[in-house]
Design a protein around this ligand. Structure first.
Ligand code: ACO
Length: 425
C-alpha cells in the first residue's frame, strides 16, 4: 500500500498567526488537509458532526467517486466484478489485495466449507431469544458469543483462521436465527454446496424435505453479496474500525458493525424499502402521492432507498440491481408489482426538482429488496443479507487498520457546551 503523498501546504490564519498545514493527495487525486497536529500547534480542534468532511484514515481497499457514480474494489470496477467474479473471489480480493489464483480460490473455498458448522451448544444460545426477535441483534449476539468459543486471534496464522471462521460461520448463524424465529429445527450446512447455495439450503430445507437450490436464485444471491461486499468508511465500517481500534476481539468488532448496519438510515433501509413499496401497493399504488409526503417538511416520511452521503449521482450498485431485478423476475416469473412501483417512483423523481436539486438517486437498498423478495428471502432477513455481503469488507478494513503505520485508538474530541463548574454545598 502506498501512503498519501504530501502535495503542498494550506495556510490557516487565526488570531494574527498563520499556521501551515500539510495537504496530502491520494492515488485518485483526492486531497486532504492533515490536521493531526492542529490542536498541538494552535489549540484548535475541528468540528464536523456526522463526519461530513472528515477522513478518518487512508485506505487502499475501496474507491468511490460519488459525483461520477464510480465504485471500485482494489481498483476493479464493481461492474466487472459483478459480471465475472464469485463472492468468495471478491472476498479474497478485498482481504488480500489481489484476485486469487485458481489454486488459492479452491483452497479458500475448501477452508470456508470445512468451518461452517457451529459448536452444538450454540443452539441453546438461539433458543434463549424471543421468537419475534429481529435476526440482526440475534446475529450480533451470536457473533459476540463466537468470541467466547475461540480465543482472540493474535498471530497472523490465528487471524487467518479467525477470518475463515467468520466467513464460514456467519451464514450458519444467520440461518439459525431465522429458523429459530419460525420455530423450525436448525439445518446443518452441506459441504457439497457452494457458499450461496449452502445458505439457501440452511434457510429453506427442513428435516422432512430437502431444498432444491435453483441456480438462478444462487447466482442472484452471489451477485447481491458481491455488490454489498465493501463501501469504504460508512457507518458500520467506521464502527468496526473504531471498536477494533481499542484492540477488541475481531469477532466483537464485527458484531458491533452488524448492530450499526441495522439502523434504517443504513443497511436497515432495505427492509424499509420493501415495507414502503408494499404500503404503496396496499393503498392503491399512488407513487405520486407518496412522493409528496416524502418531500413535505411537515412529514417525517422519507423515500427509503434514496439519497446517499457520498453518491450525488446514480449509485452504480443500484444500476446493476435494477437490471438484475428485471432478469430475475422474468426468469422466475414472479409478481412484478413492487418492481413496477419502484420504477415509477424512480422515474417521477428524475423529473422532480426536489430530488434533482438535492441530488437524490436510488441507492443500493432501493432495488435489492425486490430481488430478495423474488428469491424467497423473508423481509426481516434483508438486512442480515446485507451483513453477510459486507462481512469481508469489514474484516479487510479491520486488517488494514491493524497493519497500518497510522494505527491509533480512535478517540474523537468534542466541544463542551454543558454547565460550567457548580458545587454541591
Ligand atoms: N427522501 C426525501 N428527502 C431526502 C431523502 C430521502 N430519502 N434523503 C435526503 N433527503 C433530503 C433531506 O431532507 C435534506 O433536505 P433539506 O436540504 O431540504 O433539509 C437533503 O435531502 C439532504 O439530506 P441529509 O439527510 O442531510 O443527507 P445525509 O447525507 O445526512 O443522509 C441518507 C444520507 C441518510 C442516506 C439520507 O439520504 C436518507 O435518509 N435516505 C433514506 C434512507 C436510506 O435509503 N438509507 C440507506 C443509505 S445507503 C446505505 O447506508 C447502505
Amino acid at each position: 500500500m502506498t501512503l498519501m503523498t504530501e502535495r503542498e501546504q494550506a495556510q490557516l490564519t487565526y488570531r494574527d498567526q498563520t499556521f501551515a498545514l500539510p495537504v496530502l493527495e491520494g492515488s485518485e487525486g483526492e486531497v486532504a488537509i492533515d490536521i493531526g497536529k492542529l490542536r498541538r500547534d494552535t489549540g484548535l480542534i475541528t468540528l464536523d458532526p456526522g463526519f461530513v468532511n472528515t477522513g478518518s484514515c487512508s485506505s487502499a481497499i475501496t474507491f468511490i467517486d460519488g459525483e461520477k457514480g464510480i465504485l471500485r474494489y482494489r481498483g476493479y470496477p464493481i461492474e466487472d466484478l459483478a459480471e465475472h467474479s464469485s463472492f468468495l473471489e471478491v472476498a479474497w480480493l478485498l482481504l488480500f489485495g489481489e484476485l486469487p489464483s485458481t489454486e488459492e480460490l479452491e483452497a479458500f473455498d475448501e477452508d470456508i466449507t470445512r468451518h461452517s458448522m457451529l459448536h452444538e451448544d450454540f443452539k441453546r444460545l438461539f433458543a434463549a431469544f424471543p421468537k419475534d426477535a429481529h435476526p440482526m441483534p440475534t446475529l450480533a449476539s451470536a457473533l459476540g458469543a463466537l468470541s467466547t468459543f475461540y480465543e482472540e486471534p493474535r498471530s497472523e496464522k490465528q487471524i487467518r483462521q479467525g477470518i475463515v471462521r467468520l466467513i464460514a460461520k456467519m451464514p450458519t448463524m444467520a440461518a439459525y436465527a431465522y429458523k429459530h424465529s419460525i420455530g423450525q429445527p436448525t439445518i446443518y450446512p452441506r459441504n457439497d454446496l457452494g457458499y450461496a447455495s449452502n445458505f439457501l439450503h440452511m434457510m429453506f430445507a427442513t428435516p422432512c424435505e430437502e431444498y432444491e437450490v435453483d441456480p438462478v436464485v444462487a447466482r442472484a444471491l452471489d451477485l447481491l453479496l458481491i455488490l454489498h461486499a465493501d463501501h469504504e468508511q460508512n457507518c458500520s465500517t467506521s464502527t468496526v474500525r473504531l471498536v477494533g481500534s481499542s484492540q477488541a476481539h475481531l469477532f466483537a468488532s464485527i458484531a458491533a458493525g452488524v448492530l450499526a448496519l441495522w439502523g434504517p438510515l443504513h443497511g436497515g433501509a432495505n427492509q424499509k424499502v420493501i415495507e414502503m413499496l408494499e404500503d404503496i401497493a396496499a393503498g392503491g399504488g399512488s407513487a405520486k402521492e407518496f412522493l409528496e409526503k416524502a418531500k413535505s417538511k411537515d412529514d417525517t416520511t422519507r423515500l427509503m432507498g434514496f439519497g446517499h452521503r457520498v453518491y450525488k449521482s446514480y449509485d452504480p450498485r443500484a444500476k446493476i440491481l435494477k437490471q438484475a431485478c428485471q432478469d430475475v423476475l422474468s426468469r422466475m416469473g414472479g409478481n412484478s408489482q413492487l418492481l413496477d412501483i419502484a420504477m415509477e417512483l424512480e422515474s417521477i423523481t428524475l423529473e422532480d426538482d426536489y430530488f434533482i436539486s438535492r441530488k437524490l438517486y436510488p441507492n443500493v437498498d432501493f432495488y435489492s429488496g425486490v430481488i430478495y423478495k423474488a428469491i424467497g428471502i423473508p423481509v426481516p432477513m434483508f438486512t442480515v443479507m446485507f451483513a453477510l455481503g459486507r462481512l469481508p469488507g469489514w474484516i479487510a478494513q479491520w486488517l488494514e487498520m491493524r497493519n497500518s503505520p497510522e494505527f491509533r485508538i480512535g478517540r474523537p474530541r468534542q466541544v463542551y457546551i454543558g454547565a460550567t463548574e457548580r458545587r454541591l454545598s
